[in-house]
Structure formats: C-alpha cells, structure tokens
Ligand binder design. Structure first.
Ligand code: PLP
Length: 396
C-alpha cells in the first residue's frame, strides 16, 4: 500500500502492511477469500500451476489465498530484514512447525527454564519421541550458553520475557554464540511483538508469535505465525506444507483487522500496565513486581538496552499468604476475568505457580504469584479493583 520508502512510524506501518490492490480490489481490509478447489481452463494450465511457486499464486486452498498472504506479508513487513512468514492455526502449532523445520533425530534443543509450558511439553513429549533431546537452561545464562552447546546442538529456543516470571533474556549475546557455532535460534516474541522487539534485526533466525494475543487483540481467534530470516524460510514453508498447516481465511481476516489497531492498543496496554505495576510495587501486600520495565525484574538492564517498549502482561509476588488468600484476591475482582490467554481488550488475573514448570532453576519467592493482563479499561478503575483485592488478601 505504501508508495514510497520514507521512514514510517509503528501506527503507519501496521495500517499499510500487507495490503495489495490486486487482492483488495480497493476494499480497505483484504476480504475473505475462501477456497479449496481452484479451477483451471485446461490440462496444460493445471500442469503449469503444479510446477510453479505457489507463494502468492492460487493453486489449491491448502496453499493459501490472498487473505492469508496479506496477513503473512504484513507480519514480514513489520520485521525488518525478514524473508517471509507462514501462518498457523494457533501459536503452539507455530512453535511446533518452527522446531520441526530445524530439528532431526539425534539433534539437541535448548529451551529456557522459563518457557511457556506447552513449549516444554513439546520438548519432553513429541520431540523426544522423534529422537530429539531437549535440555533446559537458565534464562539468564546470556553468553554462558556457550558451555551448554555440544556437537549435537542444532537449535536454541528463546522466550523473552519468560512466561509467568518475565526474565528478560540477553538475546544478542545468545544469538552471537549460536551464530559462531552454527546453531539456529528461535524466539517466542509474543510479549513484545515486532513493534517492541524487532527480532530478525537482532539476529534471530525464526521469530514466533501467538497472534492469538496482540495481533488479533480481541480474544476471539486462535492464530500463530513464524517469520524467518533469509535462508530459513524455504525449509519452514516446506515443513509447514508437508504438515498440512493452513490458517483459516476467516481467522486470518480477523487478525488483519486486529493488526490495524495494534500499535495504538499496545501503547495503551503499555501505559496502563506501567501505571498499575508502579502502584503495585508500592503496596505492602506485594513483595516483588515482575515487569521487565521495573528494576525488580531479572534482566531489566537488558530490557532497557534492547526493547522499544513494554506490553500489558506482568506478574507480582505476594507477601506471604496462602492459596486461599490469593483466591480471595482474584475471585472478588470486578474488572479482571479469570482465564487463560491474554492480549485482548479485557483485563485478566491468573494464579500462577512457576516452580511447577521448572527443572534447572529454583525460585525463592516471598509468596504466591498472580499474573495480570492489563486490558484497555481505565487504569484508575483497575487500581480501585486491585486495592480491594489486596485488602481481601490481607484479611485473616
Ligand atoms: C499463548 C502463548 C503461546 C501459544 O499460543 P496459542 O495461540 O494459545 O496456541 C505461545 N507462547 C506464548 C508466550 C504464549 O503466551
């Protein structure tokens, strides 16, 4: 859609990305193109279509239509230096395809101990069954990752910040070691999105988004993406085609719709979450706030060096108390739903117990942990709600 190459801000980029006149016919958001069969005029044309590159060329519904191509191209445009993007029916499907595009039997994979639990489960389940050995590492390892790499290490997964506990990883340090050793890096960048952490520009080979979260932004679609650096896209696409992966046109269309407002939504998530995180840090019932933009978060210095902004998800550690007190806090909240996922317009609160999902690092938290997704409500209302929650927590 952009006719010039002048520098563009985030809001301008998300509005214009992936829109092509040949796909939209002038309609603003790329419409839903649904297809299985594509009809040809002759046997010769059918044969010709089978031999050509199906990227951006209609061939068969499983290879996509302009609806998916438009969103995929938009995500590629948001990652300076990227070669291409493939879409998946969920974030977990994206993680699986990205790993399977890299790993073979006998290979080793490194996963941070702070990773999203289904990612851990993949390492210990499906990948193990396929003959891949997963080892977990301290997310704060930085350049020390070098000591963990063996001759069999093929891939390092990163997730920054970590799920539940928000450790910010030194991505450039790990990427530098990986490049020197010929190891592929994959980053789960769902929290920051390419707007707050352009992963390919930081040297990552494959960057993964649960589009379910901020791309979609409205808690009504499951979708994932993997964006590849040059040299990594062909294998990702071949693997994904062989797995039969295709994101639905309707879901891709809703995600494109969500994407147009992502920059402005993220700015509000950022501002509201920071206001609430700072407020929480001053409450006597709160021991620690685990928000990358606060000095109390492991990796805060790296966050300040590498990230452009922070989003709306963080955790806080309670001062003492037990399960029942934490449940009293969460159960009585008016504006926070209790449920999984995040990145929508509504606030959420979740009891989380990270030690259950660790194997090589130990946490010594002062109390139980609550994870908050700060939505687009007025932060003043959310603070009143949380203040009442902390009072319920403190009552004996
Ligand atoms: C939610 C999430 C995923 C998985 O995405 P789904 O679309 O729910 O499958 C992956 N990584 C992180 C960090 C997430 O929060």
């Amino acid at each position: 859609m952009n006719k010039t190459d002048t520098p563009k801000g985030d809001s301008t980029r998300v509005v214009g990305a992936g829109r092509r006149k040949e796909w939209t016919q002038g309609i603003v958001n790329t419409p839903v193109w649904r297809a299985s069969t594509i009809l040809y005029d002759s046997v010769a044309e059918l044969r010709e279509a089978g031999g050509r590159d199906t990227h951006h060329r209609l061939f068969y519904g499983r290879k996509g239509t302009p609806t998916q191509w438009s969103l995929a191209d938009a995500l590629t445009e948001l990652e300076p230096g990227a070669e291409g993007t493939f879409l998946y029916p969920s974030g977990v499907a994206a993680i699986a395809a990205a790993l399977l595009s890299v790993l073979s039997p006998g290979d080793e994979l490194l996963i941070p101990d702070s990773a999203y639990d289904p990612t851990r489960a993949m390492g210990m389940g499906l990948l193990k069954r396929m003959g891949v050995k997963t080892r977990f590492y301290d997310p704060m390892v930085g350049a020390g990752i070098a000591a963990l790499i063996t001759g069999a290490t093929r891939a390092i997964l990163l997730e920054s910040p970590g799920s539940l506990t928000f450790e910010v990883q030194d991505v450039p340090a790990i990427v530098a070691v990986a490049k020197a050793r010929g190891v592929t890096t994959l980053l789960d960048n769902t929290w920051a999105t390419p707007l707050f952490f352009p992963a390919i520009a930081h040297g990552v080979d494959l960057t993964i988004l649960a589009c379910t979260k901020y791309i979609v932004g409205h808690s009504d679609v499951m979708l994932g993406s993997v964006t590849a650096a040059p040299g990594h896209f062909a294998r990702l696409r071949d693997t994904s085609f062989q797995l039969g992966q295709i994101a639905s046109p309707d879901d891709s269309w809703l995600a494109s719709r969500g994407l147009r407002t992502m920059a402005i939504r993220l700015r509000q998530h950022q501002a509201s979450a920071l206001e609430i995180a700072h407020w929480l840090a001053a409450q006597p019932e709160v021991a620690t706030v685990l928000h990358p933009a606060l000095p109390s978060c492991p990796g805060h210095d790296v966050f300040r060096r590498d990230f452009i902004g922070s989003s709306g998800l963080f955790s806080f550690v309670l001062n003492g108390g037990g399960e029942a007190a934490r449940a009293r806090l969460i159960d009585g909240l008016d504006h926070f739903g209790i449920g999984y996922s995040w990145g929508g317009f509504e606030s959420l609160a979740l009891p989380v117990d990270p030690q259950r999902h660790r194997s090589v690092t130990r946490r010594n938290d002062a109390g139980l942990i609550v994870r908050l997704q700060i939505g687009l409500e007025d932060p003043a209302d959310l603070i009143v709600d949380l203040a009442a929650g902390l009072a319920r927590f403190a009552q004996q």
